[in-house]
Every structure is written in C-alpha cells, then in structure tokens.
Ligand binder design. Structure first.
Ligand code: HGY
Ligand code: MN
Ligand code: MN
Length: 435
C-alpha cells in the first residue's frame, strides 16, 4: 500500500474541472445543524465518545447520508461511512481499486468548538453528494468517514477511530480503560450499541488514500493572509498521567517541614514542565491541562495528585530529550520532598510527513483555482498521522480566526470554509473521476 495507486496528472498543470453551483452547497448550515448535538451551556460543543450527544450526532449523520444517497454503514467501533460506489473501472485489472476516503472525527474536547473534526466530516458528506449530483457515479469508489474518536477526551486513549480502522489498535487495547466516572470502555461501547457483539462489520479497512480537510487551529494562515494550508508534516506527541503520592495530614497541626504534600510537589513539577519547555525553545510545546488532588479538601494536606502531560515537536529526538529532562526534574523534586512518583504513557505518536504526490496535487489545484496557500506543519495531532503509514494521506487546512481552537470561540469564516471545500471537491473529482 506504499505506492500511491491513484492515477494523477503529473507534469503540466491541467485546468481543474468546472464546479457548477458550488456556492449553493449548504456547508455552514450543516455545520450549525451538527453543532446542536452536544451544544453546551458555555456556547461550545461537547460530544464525547459513545455519550448521548455523540450517539445522537452519529445516527443523525447516518440519516443525512441516507437522504443524500451515500449508503451509510457503521463498523464495530462506531465509525460511520458514507459511500459513493465507483463504476469499478480499476487500473486495468478490472478489479475495483481501494476506495479514496475523506473525513475526520465526530468527537470533541470538553467545551470545544463546532469546527474541529466536524468540518472535515460535513465537507466530506456534502462533497460526495455534490459530485454524485453533478457528475454521476465515479470510476473509483469515494467514501466519507465520520471517525468515532480522535481527541482522547473521555478515555485516556486517542485516535481510536483511525487506529481501529488501520488495525493499529483493537478492543483488547482499550476495553479496561475507565472514564472520569469510572465507566469502562467495554461498558460504554456496549451501551452505545457497538462492539464485537453488535451486528456491524469489523473496523479494519483498506484505503487507496485518506484526505482530511481541517481547520488550522492556529493563527499562521490568518496572520499571513493565506486561504489554504497544505500540511507538510504532523507533529509527534507523547501524553502521560503523572502521579505524585504523599501523606494526607491535618492542615493546621502539620509543620511545613514535616509534610509529604503531593499537591505542592506536583505544583513544582508543573512549573518545571513550563521552564524546561521554554528552555528547549520553539517549536517544542508541553502542556499540563488537567490536575486532580486527593482527598481534595482545603484543610487536608494532599495525599495524591495526578496531572496530565502532553509534549509535542516535529522531531522525535526533541520529544524524547524533553521527556528525559522533565522526568529527571520530577525525580529530584520527589526525592527532596519524600514523595512517590509514578507515570503512565497513554500516547506516543511519531512525527510524520504527508504524502508528496497528494500534496503536490493539492498545490496544483490551489494554483489553478488561484487560492493562496502555504506548505506548513501541523502542531495539532490528527487522524491523518495514523492513516499515513497505512495509505497515502494528506491534509488541507483553512484559517482559524485568531488561531483559537478547543474553545467555544473557535471560528472560521464561511468563505474560508468554502475555499477548503472547493479544493476537496476538486481533489476527489481528480481521484474519483479521473481528469
Ligand atoms: O490535541 C490535538 O492535537 C488534537 O486536537 N486532538
Ligand atoms: Mn482537537
Ligand atoms: Mn481535530
């Protein structure tokens, strides 16, 4: 699956195909429709893997796909597929080539925005509907996938949708995991109607290529005044839970020098995270997004503190060195304050370049469509980094206003959404219909 099987033009830039009535596609309307599923009091969206909002959104999307003639189908993980069946004219073998798939994730962070993930899913559904309406059945099957989970917001495991499709992970890797309420993954997937005992097919699937349209979630495109980001590489990342253990004791009668204060120790470690990341310099980023303390009451010295740690960089050796330095400092602080230190690694994905041929096809389309673009790395993780080792993969970015994301204020202007959509439609036309 390393050789990219799609027949694409090489050499001179060919005119892109005229796209009739593209402006009539209701992209923003469908994004607003989808964002109602999981709309929260903070004006954001919260759709967590297999929760009620997630289930209602996935099933509502399946109905939409049905209405749009895209033959919806779920797999056992809860990934949802819409298919535009090809006429089966494969590469001369008479066999149907592996489908070209586009899409992104349906889940969100807690109090997230309405574009992260959803944009790629909605654009994919509308792109296939548009192509079928204006050009009929493609030569090669085109699919859109609403990936069940990417964020890792509910269970300490990210990219479950794409990992189960590419066979990198299976239920045995996750079923024991628990969410914040203590519900196991196995129970959540069963309660949502999925899993090995459901009537759905297994998740693993072979694709000819994966293309993900996504908001940038940063401010480079907007600041530099470009419409399209062609992703060159996606950062690698490591995610951990760090557990610091001390001794619960009375806040009033325990002298400072006699304490084993887990929360005070964790606080020093978290300060060290920031200082070591600043010392490492751009583009390394390290984030502590969550901390819990036990017993978590004001007049008790904390016996235990658990905090998250997320380290990212475009080079693996920089991630490894940063983790080594942080762990060394954590150990020093723990020894000094007679605290216990444990850690669990939840995620380790390597930095990965996107497929050259697809990215050059995207560039050609931008040039012919006269859309300003730049090649740029992605500081956010994406399902595309899971698909790339399995099939040729590429990402298209559109601007995020003020670079805000993972926040109810996440926003992309409709005209920018439509420019990204135009590029996606042209690319799917090229690979599905051949031009
Ligand atoms: O965290 C990320 O980079 C992505 O939004 N899941
Ligand atoms: Mn995200
Ligand atoms: Mn995303």
């Amino acid at each position: 699956m390393n050789d990219f099987e799609v027949h694409t033009s090489s050499g001179t830039k060919r005119p892109t195909h005229p796209l009739p009535q593209l402006e009539q596609v209701e992209l923003k309307g469908m994004l607003d429709w989808l964002s109602a599923y999981g709309a929260d009091a903070q004006g954001g969206v919260t759709r967590l893997l297999y929760d009620q909002a997630w289930c209602k959104a996935q099933h509502a999307l399946a109905e939409k796909m049905q209405e749009k003639g895209l033959a919806p189908e779920f797999d056992q993980s809860g990934n949802l597929y819409g298919t535009l069946h090809g006429r089966g004219m494969g590469s001369g073998t008479g066999m149907e080539e592996a489908p070209i798939v586009t899409g992104s994730h349906i889940d969100t962070v807690v109090h997230g925005g309405k574009y992260d993930g959803a944009y790629g899913v909605v654009a994919g559904v509308l792109a296939l509907e548009y192509l079928q309406k204006h050009f009929g059945a493609p030569k090669r099957t085109l699919e859109v996938v609403s990936l069940c989970e990417e964020e890792g917001s509910r269970f300490p495991f990210a990219y479950w949708g794409s990992r189960s499709i590419t066979g990198v992970s299976g239920l045995e890797d996750v079923q024991h995991l628990k969410d914040q309420e203590g519900i196991t993954f196995a129970q959540a997937i069963r309660d949502a109607g999925f899993g090995p005992n459901s009537s759905y097919r297994t998740a693993s699937h072979t694709y000819g290529a994966f293309i993900e349209l996504h908001i940038e979630q940063g401010q480079i495109l907007e600041r530099l005044g470009h419409s399209i980001g062609i992703v060159s590489d996606i950062v690698g990342q490591k995610r951990f839970s760090i557990t610091v253990s001390g001794e619960a004791n009375h806040a009033g009668t325990t002298p400072m020098s006699w304490r084993k204060d887990a929360l005070a120790g964790a606080a020093e470690m978290i300060t060290a995270v920031r200082n070591i990341a600043l010392e490492a310099g751009e583009p390394l980023v390290a984030t502590v997004g969550r901390i819990t303390a036990d017993p978590g009451v004001g007049n008790v010295v904390a016996s235990r503190a658990v905090f998250s740690l997320d380290i990212r960089h475009i080079r693996q050796e920089s991630i490894d060195r940063c983790w080594h330095n942080m762990l060394q400092e954590f150990s020093r602080i723990a020894a000094e304050q007679q605290l216990g230190l444990n850690w669990e690694e939840h995620l380790s994905v390597t930095p990965i370049p996107m497929n050259d041929q697809i990215t050059s096809d995207i560039r050609d389309i931008c040039e012919v469509e006269q859309l300003s673009y730049i090649h740029m790395p992605s500081g956010a993780g994406h399902d595309s980094q899971i698909f790339q080792p399995a099939c040729p993969t590429a990402m298209i970015f559109v601007p995020s206003h003020d670079g805000i994301s993972h926040n109810p204020l996440e926003y992309t202007a409709e005209e920018d959404l439509m420019k990204g959509f135009r590029v996606l439609v042209q690319l799917l036309y090229k690979y599905g219909y051949g031009s």
